[in-house]
Design a protein around this ligand. Structure first.
Ligand code: NAI
Length: 727
């Protein structure tokens, strides 16, 4: 029996047993979101439930879609400006009121969570007295709003705090935004039961209704105490000051407003009654949703990421293909990691090195990772054995017979790379895609060494491969569309995010990150206290300290790249402009013998026994730091951010980059550009005053620090036309 309500995003189905099933099923969308239709339906449903209360025995909320409920409507949210604060507040309160009316109906309400319930979806479930989650593969439950610069504003803060206690709610659910598989959600106390099948789920829902004719939330029972005590409790009050301090430490001073607002909403909301807590939550939400950071993060982590992963940069009209057997040439640090990632995705791997021992050592890397995963309960012995069985270490090129893809990761030497491809070209499948993981060599040059340059492409992984989510795909001049499509599909098959760029020195990622490091080093050369330089990088939101990163990379590498670039520029008749960082790097290497971490000494000192970073080298202050130097802290941060953003615009001008989404995602996932910016080009879009504001500030930096901050033509052009960087 099905009667449509006034608005139709929620279907009302009433059984003969007096149980009303509210089916979330927005006919206009593939997933349910908290849009206007939903909100109107929610109010209509609450009206009807109240009107028919006497004949309703209980309520089950479930969904007809694959996911239970997708959450807030991000297309709408990203448009909410500072002028829309009142409207955003009213909408948030309307959702809360609707859920609250159902929660306080005096009838048992059960969430039958048939698929992912993240953000708004989990908040609907939280308003129910009982939550049964179907153990569907890939299903996730939680409040990931913080990862989009927001907070759960459908009562999610108020209810998780009351359900779990302030500390637990904050630490995992709200501040980390962790997404739980159904069984983990059960362990964490987020759901009450897990069901093995849809029938089991509904049976459990009904059983709860039968057993609890008049359900109430624990927090609506008189005398309810928040687990772990309220912030007013002396013990809690003593711990409270540590919260903001820990948060600051966690964020490194980076400008993420959401965690601060979540903390405030949770702590303030725990000291008042439920209704007031909801108002507090709405106010902190409005502050976030009308601000720039949430827009940046929604753009990057939702829209851009979706565009990139769904194949916006993949050529059209080429049927997707799965790789079954991949040959990995070179079982060193990168080859070993690539082999692991491929095997993990179910691909058979032939891991080839110069000797059987070297190849076996590469496989041992996977064994090590799996031993750790097993110890942490993240894999099973069966899964471990299956994965390891997929990796065949060898020194014999003949074992690559039948490989439909090859990924080369031998030493960074063009002659060697040519040689290893020649060795296997006649052995692998005749149409195998040929990929190189080179970090600096031109793909077009490497392609000259193979018989099928159209099938040759760059596949630039990041270290450590098993952790880093990005792969930069590099098209050489002769790379064909088929090879690009297959490389793209391979990256998706191993569950990583691909960005696509055209061939150029340093590609996109290596070239852009070098500007960040150079600015840090240049500041040392200008006499700035080295600890302040590291502090500036952290406060700008970079995940790594800039001088520490330079040490990791080794100072001799940028020197080598610099020399090659200089030669190339001069051969092409151009003028080579040294960077102020060059002189510092030269002195560090030549005068002080400190080439970086692998050489045992760099900007930092390293513990001889453990190799661990011990502290900044005191000699830096002695040789470089000047007492009277006064580079404003804001300039230090923005020099790092601007130098990367400006060169990204140049890369767009040069046609190396062709997609804004690829640039934004590549910068965050590949080279640690701060997430709060939404990526390197969104940073320009979202800068105060928009593109004209960014141009004005670039000119200011140019005047103070040199022509490397001169705004490129493309930026000036877009600024004058009132445009932004979009695809
Ligand atoms: P590595 O030195 O750890 O490994 C290179 C491996 O290649 C060694 O195991 C060596 O025995 C093997 N090899 C040498 N000649 C061979 C041959 N004829 N046949 C088969 N194997 C042979 O080097 P790493 O760091 O793994 O780098 C490999 C490639 O990946 C380089 O092109 C590098 O530029 C690139 N890359 C490195 C990154 C890094 O962070 N280390 C990041 C991205 C790319």
């Amino acid at each position: 029996m099905s009667t449509p309500t006034a608005a139709t995003a929620i279907r009302w189905e009433r059984g003969d047993d007096g149980i009303v099933t509210l089916v979330l099923d927005d006919p206009a969308q593939s997933a349910n979101t908290m849009n206007a239709a939903f909100i109107a339906s929610l109010t209509a449903v609450a009206d009807r439930l109240e009107a028919e209360r006497d004949s309703v025995r209980g309520v089950v909320i479930t969904s007809a879609k694959k996911t239970f409920f997708a959450g807030g409507d991000l297309k709408d949210m990203i448009k909410i400006g500072p002028g829309d604060a009142q409207r955003a507040y009213d909408t948030s309160m309307e959702v809360k009121r609707g859920l609250r009316r159902i929660e306080t109906l005096g009838r048992p309400v059960v969430a039958a969570i048939n698929g992912a319930a993240l953000g708004g979806g989990f908040e609907i479930a939280l308003a129910c007295h009982h939550r049964v989650a179907l153990d569907a593969p890939g299903s996730r439950i939680g409040c990931p709003e913080v990862t989009l610069g927001l907070l759960p504003a459908g009562g999610g803060v108020a209810r998780t705090v009351r359900l779990l206690g302030v500390a637990d709610a904050l630490l995992t659910v709200l501040l980390e935004g962790r997404q739980y598989a159904p069984r983990r959600a059960l362990e964490a106390g987020l759901v009450h039961e897990v069901a093995d099948s849809p029938e089991d789920m509904l049976a459990k829902a009904r059983a709860f209704i039968d057993a609890h004719p008049e359900s109430r939330q624990p927090w609506d029972v008189k005398g309810y105490k928040i687990p772990g005590g309220t912030p007013a409790h002396p013990k809690f009050a003593a711990e409270l000051p540590a919260y903001p301090a820990n948060l600051r430490k966690q964020l490194g001073g980076a400008p993420y407003p959401a965690p601060r607002n979540i903390l405030a909403a949770a702590v303030e909301g725990a000291q008042v009654d439920f209704e007031t807590a909801q108002i507090i939550e709405a106010r902190y939400f409005v502050d976030l949703v009308t601000g720039q950071t949430a827009k940046n993060m929604i753009q990057a982590f939702f829209f851009d990421l979706q565009a990139v992963n769904s194949g916006a940069s993949r050529p059209d009209g080429i049927a997707p293909r799965q790789v079954r057997k991949v040959g990995v040439l070179g079982a060193g640090m990168m080859g070993a990691g690539i082999a692991y990632s491929c095997a993990k995705a179910g691909i058979d791997v032939v891991l080839k090195d110069v000797s059987a021992e070297a190849a076996a050592k590469g496989k041992a890397y996977s064994e090590g990772l799996l031993a750790k995963a097993l110890a942490k309960g993240r894999t099973t012995e069966v899964q471990r054995d299956e994965l390891l069985a997929r990796i065949t270490p060898t020194a014999d090129p003949g074992d690559l017979a039948g490989c439909d893809a090859v990924i080369e990761a031998v030493f960074e030497d063009p002659a060697l790379k040519h040689k290893v491809f020649q060795e296997i070209e006649g052995i692998v499948a005749p149409d195998a895609v040929l990929c190189s993981n080179t970090s600096t060599l031109p793909i077009t040059l490497l392609a000259e060494g193979v018989q099928r340059p159209g099938d040759f492409i760059g596949l630039h992984f990041f270290s450590p491969v098993d952790k880093m989510p990005l792969v930069e795909i590099i098209k050489g001049e002769r790379t064909g569309d088929e090879a690009l499509a297959r490389a793209f599909d391979l990256v998706r098959q191993i569950r990583k995010t691909p960005i696509v760029v055209n061939d150029s020195r340093g590609f996109f990622t290596s070239r852009v990150i070098s500007h960040f490091m150079n600015e840090g080093v240049a500041l040392v050369g200008e006499g700035v206290e080295p600890a302040s330089v590291e502090q500036a990088a952290a406060q700008a939101g970079y995940p790594a300290k800039v001088l520490a990163l330079m040490d990791e990379l080794t100072l001799t590498l940028p020197r080598k790249i610099r020399e090659e670039t200089r030669r190339a520029v001069e051969e092409a008749g151009g003028t080579w402009r040294p960077h102020p960082a060059d002189a510092v790097i030269d002195r560090m290497v030549d005068e002080f013998g400190r080439p970086g971490r692998s050489g045992g000494a760099g900007f930092y000192t390293y513990d001889e026994a453990t190799g661990r970073r011990a502290g900044l080298w005191p000699g830096l202050r002695e040789h470089f730091t000047k007492p009277d130097v006064a580079v404003p802290f804001e300039d230090m941060k923005e020099r790092m951010l601007f130098s990367e953003a400006l060169d990204t615009v140049r890369l767009l001008e040069e046609g190396v980059l062709t997609s804004v989404a690829d640039a934004n995602i590549g910068s965050i996932l590949g080279i640690g550009f701060p997430g709060w910016t939404g990526g390197v080009l969104q940073y320009i879009n979202g800068y105060e005053g928009g593109l004209p504001g960014f141009v004005a500030r670039a000119r200011e930096l140019q005047t103070r620090y040199g022509d490397r901050f001169a705004p490129p033509e493309l930026l000036l052009d877009k600024a004058s036309k009132g445009e932004t960087f979009t695809d």
